[in-house]
Design a protein around this ligand. Structure first.
Ligand code: PEP
Length: 266
């Protein structure tokens, strides 16, 4: 049992690379191939790359024969129709593995509301896709002591969209403090652990029978990954900037593999 969430720690970690709006298609294909080669020996870590939408099909082909999963950085909740510029879960289903919903850049730059994030989460699951749900507080919200309230509100808005019994064990939540994303200012392992454990407890208060994997995201690097994964409840990382560098991303995956090994042995 872990001291934080009082649940067995996940023995299978996840490391996902959010490429954001970076790389050409050709660069993305080369990066995907390099990632697949670099992480090929990681047996206890689910590794995913999340390229821009324009790259997905080509990266899908490039990843054939590897265990690296393919994710979309966003998704729309309707299946089809007059929604110019949007991509639906129905379009991704069957060949793409997962989506990312609720990233802070979607929430804060594009004004996505909590309930919209919930609809995206539900649409992804309904189409058999995995989904990473990102939550996290701004710097002001942390300074005002509202971190737990903010992540609870973001989670509850997603729960409100659920219909039917949820498969909580299959969920992946990423705690991404907004002040740590792309800033070089990583949460300390203790700060990250505290909120990740809170997220697990909050989910358990609503759904006592399941336990999601909860990742940390926010300026994760090869240098700080191992100390984050050493925390009892942190089940991996959502990586932005560093995911564009296959070798360094591979070091993060190797740190997750080592952490998974020690959890399995514990
Ligand atoms: C992210 O985009 O989810 C992220 C965590 O970015 P970075 O690692 O660059 O902070």
């Amino acid at each position: 049992m872990t001291p934080g969430s009082e649940r067995p720690a996940a023995s299978r970690l996840m490391v996902a690379g959010n490429w954001k709006m970076n790389t050409t298609v050709e660069e993305g294909v080369a990066l995907a191939r390099a990632v697949a080669t670099t992480v090929s020996t990681a047996a206890r870590v689910d590794v995913a790359v999340l390229p821009p939408f324009t790259h997905l099909w080509a990266v899908h082909a490039a990843l054939q024969g590897s265990d690296v999963r393919l994710g979309a950085q966003d998704v729309y909740w309707k299946d089809s129709g007059a929604f110019t510029g949007e991509i639906s879960a129905a379009m991704l289903a069957g060949w793409c593995d997962l989506t990312l919903v609720g990233h802070s850049e979607r929430r804060h730059i594009f004004g996505e509301r909590d309930d919209e994030v919930g609809r995206k989460f539900v649409a992804s699951l309904a189409h058999g896709l995995g989904v990473i749900l990102a939550v996290g507080e701004t710097s002001d919200e942390r300074d005002e002591g509202n971190t737990f309230d903010v992540v609870d509100r973001q989670l509850d808005a997603v729960f409100a969209e659920l219909a039917g019994p949820p498969a909580v064990d299959a969920w992946v939540i990423a705690y991404e403090p907004v002040w740590a994303i792309g800033t070089g200012r990583t949460a300390t392992p203790e700060q990250a652990q505290e909120v990740v454990a809170h997220i697990k407890q909050h989910v358990r208060s609503r759904f006592p029978d399941g336990s999601p994997r909860v990742l940390y995201g926010g300026s994760v690097t090869a240098a700080n990954a191992a100390s984050l994964f050493a925390q009892a409840d942190i089940d991996g990382a959502l990586v932005g900037g560093v995911s564009l560098r296959a070798e360094e991303f591979g070091v993060i995956v190797a740190a997750a593999e080592a952490a998974a090994g020690s959890r399995g042995a514990a």
